[in-house]
Every structure is written in C-alpha cells, then in structure tokens.
Design a protein around this ligand. Structure first.
Ligand code: XMP
Length: 321
C-alpha cells in the first residue's frame, strides 16, 4: 500500500543518512522484528550489512532453515550462522529449575552473540548495530537512543577489548502490525511476518525437567505435528500461540501396538490473547485435537499420551515455565 511503501522509503533514506558508507551488523532471532529490521537495513546498504544468527539448539523444526534459506532468499542478506547447540546443551546439563534455565540461556546467548559480532566487526570495520526495537519498547524504556558496547574479552586473538556501536533502530516509530506490513511489502515470507510469539529461551523452557538432545528431538517432533495440523485447519490467526510442552520427568502407562508402553505426556497449550498479559484457553475443534493427538502418539516414539491445558491466564501463565 501507499503508506507502507512510504514508510519503507523514509526508513531507507534515514538508514542511508545515518550509516553513510559504514558497515552494520544485525542479530536475527527467527522472529519478525529482527527480520524486518534487517531487511530494511539490507535494502538501504546492501551487503555492508552482516546478519548474525545464533542457533542455540532450542529452536523448533524448520526455524533455522527459515532464516538460512527463506530470509536469505527474500532479502539477499549476508548471513553468518553460529552453531552453538552443543555449548548450550552443555551449559544446561543437570538444570531443571526454570529461572536458572533462563539465566543460563540468556548468558550463553549474549556471550556467543558478542563473540560472533566482535569477529564480524573486526573483519568488516562495523560501526553500527541494528536492533528491532518497536515503538512500544521505546515508550516503555523512556525513549533514549544510543550506543551498545560489545565486549570481546572472552575471545582469543587480537580483538580490541570493547567495540562500540551506534544503534540503528528502523522500527522505532512502528507498531507490530505495521512491522508485519512492512515485512510483507519487503517480500518476507508469511512464515516470518505472520509468526506467532515464541520465547527467546525456546524449547528449553518447554521441557519440564532437564534439557537433553533426546528430549529436544521428541518435543520438536510433537511440536511440528501440532503446528502443521493447526495451520492446516486454518487456525493460526485465531490462536495467539500454542506452546507444546514435554513432561519429561513424568511417565504414564499406555498400550500401543501389542505392548505396554511407559512414555511421556505432551501438553497442548493453545491460548487466545490480545497482548499475552491475560489469556484464555482456545476452544479448539475436537476433530483438530483428535488429529493432533493421534498423529503425535503414532509418530513420536517416546510419547503415549496427549493432554490439553484448559487453564486461563491468570492463574496459569502461557508457558509452563
Ligand atoms: P507467560 O508464560 O509469562 O508468557 O504467560 C507471556 C508471553 O511471553 C513469552 N515468554 C517469553 N518470551 N523470553 C521471551 O522472549 C522468555 O523467557 C519468555 N517467557 C515467556 C510467552 O511465549 C508469551 O508470549
């Protein structure tokens, strides 16, 4: 539309004015904000932008491909992926407590991102860091703009102690729905611009108990089935998000084929919400629930039971951890 394309034109002009002939780096999370911010900056300065994507191993099925293949195909952006799954799993070993998981994941994420960014910055003389800050975030945090410092002290080999960046925040005046429109107009696929909320700590806070590679594989498979069926049923717009949770420390008895099983339950947590502050459990059609349940118990070896969370928020939070 006219307004969306004028937002893009203004934004591209402002980015060019700010960055000049400099170089920028942008972290991609897999979410809509960072993708649209990166796409705008890419349009403005081309391959003087480098995108950094940290694969922490806690992503859902297909999410890395969405960034590495679909985002890159849509934008032509230069992408540097960091494979950090082993590092995150190592740091999470033996940890079950939710807030401790969050702390560890957040800490490791910053370390890995900083190291990757410092490396790119050194190679390319980067002076700018792109962030997908939205208007509501600006208001909430009091409105200041500024600089960020990336510390490279945990790196080896000749990097400066600190690299200072000026922030580029092309979404600072936009609301979420405008960001989605801008992203669509820039050619980003619906899987990215229409994405439902997904927490930064990823599947790490949807395994109740310790996070291991096997448990991640089980949850990833169950989650992929649930998402596929919800999408096929045309329910994506009706649902705010639907966490799929693995009760890894719980087992129950089942019967499958000609034998007794002793497997784990999967919880479906479909919610309807305006802003995630409050939420209602979504009354999904029984036939959709049936398809999800049948497929998960047939196709995911470790799972012999699917249960539905019918708790509103409050008292339940949307996520189980
Ligand atoms: P809760 O579980 O608190 O979730 O009702 C509210 C919204 O926030 C998301 N969420 C997170 N997002 N890091 C994030 O980036 C987190 O640690 C986190 N925990 C919850 C959740 O998916 C929902 O949209």
């Amino acid at each position: 539309s006219w307004t969306t394309s004028s937002i893009i034109d203004d934004s591209v002009a402002a980015i060019r004015a700010q960055v000049g002939d400099g170089h920028a780096v942008c972290g991609l999370s897999g979410g809509v904000d960072s993708a649209v911010a990166a796409a705008l900056v890419q349009r403005a300065i081309g391959d003087r932008l480098t995108c950094v994507f940290v694969d922490h191993g806690l992503l859902r099925a297909g999410e890395r491909e969405q960034v590495e293949r679909d985002f890159v195909a849509a934008t032509g952006a230069k992408l540097h992926t960091v494979d950090a799954a082993d590092r995150f799993l190592g740091a999470l070993a033996g940890v079950s407590e939710p807030e401790q998981k969050r702390k560890i994941i957040g800490r490791e994420f910053i370390r890995v991102f900083e190291a990757a960014t410092a490396e790119v910055a050194e190679a390319e003389h980067v002076g700018f860091l792109v962030q997908g800050t939205l208007y509501p975030d600006v208001v909430e945090s009091g409105g200041g703009t500024g600089t960020a410092t990336i510390k490279s002290h945990h790196n080896v080999g000749g990097l400066p102690d600190d690299i200072e960046f000026a922030l580029v925040e092309p979404l600072r005046t936009l609301f979420k729905d405008e960001v989605r429109k801008v992203g669509a107009e820039l050619g980003l696929p619906e899987t990215i611009v229409g994405r439902q909320p997904f927490p930064g700590p990823g599947l790490g806070i949807r395994i109740i108990g310790e996070v291991t590679a096997d448990r991640l594989a089980t949850l990833r498979a169950a989650d992929a089935i649930a998402r596929e069926e919800l999408t096929a049923a045309g329910l994506d717009k009706e649902i705010w998000q639907c966490p799929v949770v693995l009760l890894a420390d719980v087992r129950s008895v089942g019967v499958q084929g000609d034998g007794r099983t002793y497997g784990h339950p999967i919880v479906l947590r479909p919610v309807s919400s305006e802003d995630a502050m409050t939420a209602d459990w979504t009354r999904l059609p029984y036939d959709v629930l049936e398809r999800i349940s049948t497929r998960i118990t047939n196709e995911v070896a470790e799972v012999n039971r699917v249960v539905l969370d019918v708790t509103s928020k409050p008292p339940g939070t949307i996520e189980w951890e």
